[in-house]
Write a protein that binds this ligand. Structure first.
Ligand code: PRX
Length: 664
């Protein structure tokens, strides 16, 4: 963090000292309490008495090939949970349910964007995963290898992940919206041996090619890839899908012909389950490492209790993309570990009409919906008529994740989606935490709109001040003061960066990068990031990464990127750009730079606004004053500018910023 950035202003525009005057409270509805898994504090008491014993009991709810004796080895900041136990994640998600007689239960109701659908039972999923696992083995994938996965939201995506888990290879799923460059960098960092992709997927009625991106990624690097397995999703709708002889294989040519049995590997609890790359405050994405036993323990526990899951009757839908951690933990591993029935949807909420989600909920009688505030705000904008045309009475619990949910959106969600009868659980967590950490429990917690309420049983979340002292009431930094089972085990290949990034700001504490406040009743309110990470539609985008992409363009001399509040996406990317001498500034150039960023990182990182400037505000020591740029982007009062080297720069910027359209 630059020295000028040590203010307590968060990227959501609120100061940490701010107290939102949100007075409304919502006790758990009687209809939920009567059948709820948790209606008293006994789980909290149990965890408070001995958090290791609490987690060990949760872990024992899984099936272990060899039980663990050791619960936690804590060599700060490196944790090992249940380290001497052996288990297999795919066995826990599939075989044990089939063996228990649940083979005919639906695991996924898949709905493609064009309207095609597939119902997949646990028995069928086990067969397909086993075949895929055998196919991967036939391609030389071994225990301990890494497999990259770059796919649309189709059933073959969870199949591929579980197949990796079955044979002890770690997967690295790269979100299908990422660019070829982003894919290449991630493959290279993980040294993945095989890439699983698709010819493409459907988005807003259009075929979106993926294989072409994969080819581009492999054409200038990613040499570790020996084979590419390609799912045929688009078929004839795909632009020519080229297949490299000897390297590329169609899924439908190698998977279905494999033997239907594949014995699961007995993995150590601390063996790598997956890598998932996430943005931090530098340009290089971090390969977050998640391991086997602790991760599955916490995702299964949280999925069951946070959503009050009754797997025999509930139909659960997490509307995230599996390419993000929410999908890993709450579309794949948590729900499957709990033998839940899930809906999985490929496309956008507005295709063919703006009621697509509501028609899905009505058709599958969805009981639990988990989505991001950005979606809720979009629906608010579209109006209630799209919901009113559908019967949403099956819903009983609503969840929110990815960014702070503003009270207005919370109340709208509660009222219009939940019909004033469904608790809204606002769940705080991160790629790094692996599982939900702060959340209400539907049958117990009295809700306050906009508050994630309390740490879950077994989780020690504390707000601290600049000096690292615990804040009992008021604003500060959100930290975790104890290890937890699903915690990241490090950054792939870079233990020093792991220590430095998460454990150095407050000694002995994991610092999450978020500001938070504690109110008079002890409720936690998340206030957004306090570092150089933006949160766009619930997805983390690093300011530095976007700056690097901009400077990579031949016409750009210098760039500074900040996040500014956006009514729909939470934050939007605002770029201040200085062009090289002699380059002409025009609207087209702005568009070219936006396209460049999208192609370097992915459309999610596209700047909403580009402000061209001859100079950036700098301190006398030459540091860009991001705080000022944030204030300019937000149209805020600029405060003290006396440390600026050149005062006139800011005035100039302010004029330019106000002449920019707010949204394009
Ligand atoms: O800033 C917090 C925000 O999302 C960040 C984590 O992003 P990511 O690793 O992509 O994972 C998103 C899905 C778990 C956090 O540091 N965030 C996540 N959930 C919430 C939230 N901010 C406020 N309230 C939440 N419920």
């Amino acid at each position: 963090m630059a020295e000028d950035d040590r203010s307590t202003t968060t990227d959501q525009g609120a100061t940490i000292e701010d107290f939102l005057a949100e007075e409304r409270t919502f006790p758990p509805p009687k209809s939920i309490v009567s059948g709820a898994l948790v209606t008293d504090r006994s789980l909290y008491d149990e965890a408070d008495a001995d958090f290791e014993a609490f987690w060990a009991d949760r872990a024992r709810e899984l099936t272990w090939f060899e039980p663990f004796e050791s619960v936690l080895e804590w060599d700060l900041p490196f944790a090992r949970w249940f380290a001497d136990g052996r288990l297999n994640v795919s066995y826990n998600c599939l075989d044990r349910h089939v063996e228990a007689g649940l083979g005919d239960r639906v695991a996924y109701h898949f709905e493609g964007e064009p309207g095609d659908s597939r119902t997949i039972t646990y028995a069928e999923l086990l067969e397909e995963v086993s075949r895929c696992a055998n196919a991967l083995r036939s391609l030389g994938v071994e225990r301990g290898d890494r497999v990259a996965i770059y796919m649309p939201m189709v059933p073959e995506l969870p199949v591929a992940m579980l197949a990796c888990a079955r044979i002890g290879a770690a997967h690295s799923v790269v979100f299908g919206g990422f660019s070829a460059d982003a894919l290449r960098d991630r493959i290279e960092d993980a040294e993945a041996k095989v890439l699983i992709t698709a010819d493409g997927g459907w988005r807003r009625g259009q075929p979106v090619a993926l294989k072409a991106n994969a080819d581009a990624a492999l054409s200038n690097g990613a040499r570790s890839i020996e084979h590419v397995v390609v799912v045929r999703r688009l078929g004839d709708a795909a632009p020519d899908t080229s297949m490299a002889e000897g390297r590329d294989l169609w899924w439908h040519e190698i998977v279905p012909s494999q033997p239907v049995h594949c014995p699961p590997e007995a993995m150590g609890a601390e063996d790598l389950l997956y890598l998932l790359y996430t943005s931090g405050t530098t340009a290089k994405p971090k390969g977050i490492m998640h391991t086997t036993g602790g991760y599955l323990t916490q995702v299964a526990f949280t999925h069951r209790y946070v959503f009050d899951l009754h797997p025999e009757t509930d139909v659960y839908w997490c509307a995230a993309d599996i390419g993000w951690v929410t999908g890993h933990s709450y579309i794949v591993y948590g729900p499957l570990a709990n033998a839940a029935t899930s809906v999985m949807y490929e496309g956008t909420p507005d295709h063919p009409g703006r009621d697509r989600w509501w028609s899905i909920i009505e058709r599958y009688k969805v009981t639990i919906l988990y989505c991001a505030p950005t979606a809720i705000r979009t629906f608010m904008k579209w109006g209630t008529e799209h919901l009113e045309a559908h019967d949403l009475s099956s819903l009983r619990v609503l969840g929110s994740v990815g960014e702070p949910i503003n009270p207005e959106a919370w109340v709208w969600y509660w009222q219009h989606v939940g019909g004033e009868r469904c608790p809204v659980v606002d769940t705080w967590w991160q790629t790094e935490t692996g599982a939900i950490m702060i959340s209400p429990l539907p049958g117990l917690t009295t809700l306050k709109p906009g508050s994630a309420t309390f740490p879950l049983p077994g989780v020690a979340a504390e707000v601290v001040d600049d000096a690292g002292t615990r804040v009992e009431r008021g604003g500060g930094y959100l930290t975790l003061s104890r290890p937890w089972p699903a915690m990241l085990r490090g950054i792939y290949g870079d233990p020093a960066r792991y220590r430095e990034t998460y454990w150095s700001r407050f000694p002995g504490r994991y610092f999450a990068g978020d500001g938070a406040k504690v109110d008079q009743d002890g409720y936690l309110w998340l206030l957004g990031r306090v570092d150089d990470v933006m949160n766009v539609s619930g997805h983390r985008v690093s300011t530095t990464e976007v700056e690097s992409a901009l400077v990579d363009h031949p016409t750009v001399a210098e760039a500074a990127v900040v996040g500014a509040t956006d009514a729909t996406t939470g934050q939007a990317v605002i770029a201040f750009v200085t062009l090289k001498a002699g380059v002409e500034v025009d609207e087209e150039h702005g568009e070219a730079l936006r396209r460049h960023v999208a192609s370097k990182i992915g459309p999610i990182a596209r700047p909403r606004t580009i402000i061209f400037t001859e100079d950036l505000p700098k301190t006398r020591s030459g540091k860009i004053m991001r705080r000022l740029l944030r204030d300019v982007a937000e149209g805020r009062d600029l405060g003290d500018t006396t440390t600026l080297a050149d005062q006139s720069v800011v005035e100039e910027l302010r004029t330019r910023a106000t002449s920019q359209p707010a949204e394009e």
